[in-house]
Design a protein around this ligand. Sequence first.
Ligand code: ZN
Length: 342
Amino acid sequence: MNETANLLKSVCQSVSKERLVNDFKRLGLKIGDHIAVSLSFKSIGYVEGGAEAFLDALLEVVGPKGTIMMNTYTFSFYLCKIPNDYIFEIEKTMPYTGLVPYTLTNREGSIRSRHPTNSVVCIGQMARYLTDGHDENSQPFLPYEKLAKINGKYLAIGIGNRLVGLRHEAQRKAGLFVVPIIQGVKFRDSKGKIKLFVRLGTPCVKNLPVLVPRLECLGALKRGNIGMASAIFGSVDKLVNLMASMLKDDPTLNLCDDWFCYKCRELERRLDLYNRIVSPKLFQRNRFLRTVLSWRNNLFLLEMNCGDTLNVPNWLMPISRIFGVFQRFIAKMPIFRGLHYI
Ligand SMILES: [Zn+2]
């Protein structure tokens, strides 16, 4: 037993499989449900039997006609920083999404999709349908798009209002993938060949928890507890479509207030959102600062994309690299940190 498990056992009440089953049912999970689960396992408390018992409880509640899906996301890198010695291989590469999804990949009957950065693992009735075609050629959040079509559900445990998985699908549907930052990874394809995979980087998600109380008001989600953790449960279709329409109607809801966030600063510039921001910060009100930040963003994109996606002369590349080092240095200075508050 590892240190964290020992600590949890000493300070928390144990959570049995029976209690998990009851908590799932109380929250609304039922036989035949197809559910995407995102979780912080340690927030549940000390689970007797560990990740295996947690999965047993989930599978008992949804039964053989139900399905469980979990993110098994893996690393992606800025185009200019893609390492040669890290190769994504579906059979070997560990996900960074935690112990439970990893444990599920080792269960008999589970299927992991082949997407090089946003793979998912599924078990149950619709596992094949949800993972089929989710590979280097598909959109990264395809399993969520498919889950919405079969009246799938979403369960978030112990991760607050961060609707991990759903949120990028909502941003995609809202048309917010507009900043041309390229990310990728080397991967081994189904024929064993090593290839380069690239995709558009995802928009910033720091401000998205503000959508959750609105979703709650609209009756799109239910709150409850699983063990010691708070949990959110709702329909994927409803949650994604409501979030997408909120973000489409008002893209300023996506904006965080960090001046250093090139994703949000570039999103507001490209969609010309300045006049729609309710309480604009100094760097959003002041035209001079806006121009400086747009230069900064372009140099940053140039540096990270190795100049590939912007039509710029080669001599700008070394300048963008020097600028990149400089701006990472000044971002840490207290005087610039203060820009968040003005
Ligand atoms: Zn941001």
